[in-house]
Design a protein around this ligand. Sequence first.
Ligand code: ADP
Ligand code: MG
Length: 270
Amino acid sequence: MTPSPGTTAELLAKGELTVRGRIREASNAALYCTVVQGEREAACIYKPVAGERPLWDFPDGTLAGREVAAYEVSEATGWGLVPPTVLRDGPYGEGMCQLWIEPDPEPGPDDGLLALVDGEEPGEGWKAIGFAEVGEGRTALLVHADDERLRRLAVLDAVINNADRKGGHLLPAAGGRLYGIDHGVTFNTENKLRTLLWGWAGEPLTAEATGVLATLREGLADGGPLAATLSELITGAELDATRARVDALLASGRHPEPGGEWPAIPWPPV
Ligand SMILES: Nc1ncnc2c1ncn2[C@@H]1O[C@H](COP(=O)(O)OP(=O)(O)O)[C@@H](O)[C@H]1O
Ligand SMILES: [Mg+2]
């Protein structure tokens, strides 16, 4: 999709891209860059398609295309959970370019999103993910915050079929914003939902989420704007599977529960 003039997406797509450094811990080539367009400047991460390692279970499309598709779905929800992300050409060829999110400069004392607790109950303000081995034969309960931003992200992940929602992919930012990143392994036609955000599994969707899913259904219908955008980024079968996931969520009215054939929790969780 052509980004609208004046938007961050346009700056990312059209600005002059300069590589500043390589992100070491990344599993695929990921470069920290700046983009400059006239007076405007931003930091971003650029992941060239040429630097992608092939994945046996994601034989079609590209990680970059799926990252942009995840952003487009997030935009269609109106929740703004994924930083602006575009496909563009760069010094190492076509790739994805995503706005760099600076960590929240003033995190509050109650801003923790994940924790390990003793005992079997998550405690007030937390939701249980599952039991985790914490060494020496001891287990502890892994929990995530009962936070409406995470709950929205859980719905987005169910729609995009995110196979890798771990703690390091949650970025709290200034102003109480929370972003999810690293959406290369998404949109598979098979259920691969692998996430920490299982705290609402089986619970009714909020009325807000149901409304958003209905909007997504319209956008994803044949000839709908989201369908048109996604058809450039993922395969036709993946688009059909996305529609089917939205329909299934609306039909059940509940957050999905772990499937079984796939490890449901990313490990390590951070
Ligand atoms: N948009 C972003 N804003 C801030 N930090 C980011 C962003 N994207 C990635 N990072 C940082 O770079 C690391 C590697 O990026 P990630 O998307 O996880 O790459 P990979 O696909 O190789 O796992 C992340 O763990 C995070 O610390
Ligand atoms: Mg990663």
